[in-house]
Design a binder for this molecule. Structure first.
Ligand SMILES: [Zn+2]
Length: 433
């Protein structure tokens, strides 16, 4: 456990934000780019649209605020200023933070909890829309026609996250934004963005022995080969409707099967597995040979309640088919834990800062993912944070407490704040300014 995980990650973010391009000229540079970046980040990290306003009010009375003490800022810029200064920043400028959060997880001993299938990690890739409007738009919006004749503008990304079955946390990795690409004839799409993600980040993550998880769109030969190009593995959903050749080979073949009865409450459910190795992924002589597995869950009355099937380049046998299926199913976690959290649990985008005309929407989405990554790392490797979370009970309650207490009190350090939340320690006295 690392008592200073948060401080060092916030310091790293400050260093990174200081390198943002600053297009101001002349004397209009009261606020450093580092303050501007950290101010946006703090809003997401505290999950409080009014955090900056409260801190500005605190600073008026006390001469300092939690922006200075907890987020290492010098001054607190306004929402309007943040919007106009962050809009030109390319989101790629923030990506090094994902290495820092993963590095902190590793140093703090939190990576082992994500390892499955004999030392592999699971990286789930998924397409997610994070903005949609018929009114607001920017040149980086994608668009589509709606049935009512109106045009809908949206932003989407391929998100990536470390996930593991049976593990309640997910760690976001770098996103790849789906945006109109220079010189491309067709609108950008999830498959292209997935390939860009793999080309940009796949080689770096190969050391973690990743197994990539993806939906039925991913289980195409080009994507499987892109994963294998640097020695990594895939475990992708493969539906019968989009893999006719593969499924025609299954017909009439002798397919190994097994089932486990699992106690769920007072009743038993049945997990049935089937698998077969060496099937062609598609038609044609150059088809990649893959291994296939299926899981079917039946309730106590024998009614099938869940069925899914996957293709992988990992060997499948009765010894590992249940764990492989559990890993394949862990992909839902990226949706449930990363993005439902982003969308519904207080990480709302755009509440303060608007949509922008260049990169603002993607920059804020990235800030949000970094806040989520830092929460995950703090949950897993920061003992004081974990104790404060445990003391609050539900996640929502923890952030309510965090918001409330920092509205009225200035804490000199995260350690002091977390000690008050976690162990009921008296808040340290800060002299009135
Ligand atoms: Zn836009």
């Amino acid at each position: 456990m690392l008592p200073v995980a948060l401080e060092s990650l916030i310091a790293a973010l400050k260093t990174l934000c200081a390198t943002f391009p600053d297009r101001r000229t002349g004397g209009n540079t009261v606020y450093e780019m580092a303050d501007i970046g950290l101010a946006a980040f703090a809003t997401f990290f505290m999950q409080s649209p009014s955090f900056l306003a409260h801190q500005t009010a605190l600073a008026r009375g006390r001469g300092t605020s939690n922006c200075q003490t907890l987020f290492a800022m010098d001054r607190v810029p306004t929402d309007n200023h943040i919007r106009s200064m962050l809009d030109p920043v390319p989101p790629a400028a923030l990506l090094p933070m994902f290495d820092k959060t993963l590095g902190m997880l590793e140093v703090g001993g939190g990576l082992a909890a994500f390892q499955r299938l004999d030392g592999h990690v699971l990286i789930a890739l998924d397409g997610t829309e994070y903005f949609c409007s018929q009114k607001l738009s920017c040149p980086n919006c994608s668009s589509r026609a709606r049935a009512n004749g109106k045009t809908e503008h949206f932003h989407a990304m391929v998100s990536a996250a470390l996930v593991a079955p049976g593990h309640v946390r997910a760690l976001p990795l770098e996103p790849e934004f789906i945006v109109p690409q220079d010189g491309a004839e067709k609108q950008d799409c999830e498959a292209r963005a997935t390939h860009r993600w793999l080309a940009a980040h796949g080689p770096k993550y190969a050391r973690l022995k990743p197994i990539y998880l993806g939906d039925d769109l991913s289980s195409r030969q080009a994507t499987c080969e892109a994963v294998q190009a640097f020695g990594s593995h895939f475990l992708f959903t493969a539906k019968p409707s989009s893999h006719k050749t593969l499924y025609s080979w299954l017909d009439g073949a002798e397919v190994p099967a097994m089932e486990n009865r699992i106690k769920q409450g007072a009743r038993f459910v049945t997990h049935r597995y089937r698998w077969l190795e060496g099937l062609p992924l598609r038609d044609g002589k150059d088809a990649l040979l893959v291994n296939w597995l299926e899981i079917e869950i039946a309730d106590h009355a024998g009614k099938v309640t869940y069925r899914n099937s996957f293709v992988t380049d990992l060997a499948v046998s009765k010894n590992n088919v249940a764990e492989l299926a559990a890993c394949g199913r862990a992909r839902w976690k990226i949706e449930n834990e990363s993005f439902n959290t982003l969308k519904t649990k207080g990480y709302n985008l755009e509440h303060n800062f608007g949509h922008g005309q260049q990169h603002l929407s993607a920059v804020l989405a990235t800030m949000n993912l970094i806040a989520f990554a830092m929460h995950t790392v703090a949950d897993l490797v920061d003992a004081a944070w974990a104790a404060a979370r445990a003391a609050a009970g539900a996640r929502r309650r923890f952030f309510e407490d965090l918001r409330a207490i920092t509205t009225y009190l200035v804490f000199p350090t995260w350690a002091a704040l977390l000690k008050t939340l976690g162990y009921g320690a008296l808040p340290p006295a800060i002299p009135d300014g």
